[in-house]
Design a protein around this ligand. Structure first.
Ligand code: ADP
Ligand code: MG
Length: 138
């Protein structure tokens, strides 16, 4: 069970019923990916929590280069990996997002990706991964 504590506003507290280790693994995967893409100086990862009706949303945003539009759905395919040259390929199996999506879907949810629009036309301010899970009011 992943309990998201809405301390700032107790009325917005909600609970997601599920496998806590697996759900934690998804968050770790997404943060690790984000960490690997943000610039060494000024890198920023933002995690937002929200709820609409009974759907809990967790957004993981970074200020890296974003994802090329033509591969934005392919990144969830098994073994899909595309990283700058010189990175250690042994560590990048291309399985992280595929497994993460499977875990979220097994909980009745969705995992999607989009780019964050930048100030300049055609340039992204970063990538955003969106987890949606069925939640329950606590
Ligand atoms: N935060 C991100 N920003 C830009 N591209 C990303 C991000 N997260 C994932 N990707 C792209 O999706 C691909 C697949 O991710 P993943 O399944 O975790 O595999 P891996 O991390 O082993 O490369 C990455 O290789 C990268 O091209
Ligand atoms: Mg990964």
């Amino acid at each position: 069970m992943l309990k998201v504590d809405g301390r700032a506003n107790p009325k917005s507290a909600f609970t997601v019923i599920g496998h806590d280790l697996r759900l934690g693994q998804v968050i770790t995967n997404l943060i690790e990916n984000a960490r690997s893409f943000v610039p060494e100086t000024g890198g920023r990862i933002t995690i937002r929590l929200g709820r609409r009706k009974s759907t809990v949303r967790i957004l993981i945003e970074d200020n890296g280069p974003g994802i090329r539009a033509e591969v934005i759905d392919r990144v969830f395919e098994r073994f899909y990996t595309d990283r700058p040259d010189g990175e250690d390929f042994g560590q990048n199996s291309g399985l992280g997002l595929s497994i993460s999506r499977q875990i979220i879907e097994a909980h009745g949810g969705h995992l999607t990706a989009e780019n964050i629009p930048g100030k300049e036309e055609g340039k992204w301010a970063g990538a955003r991964f969106i987890i949606e899970l069925p939640g329950e009011r606590t």
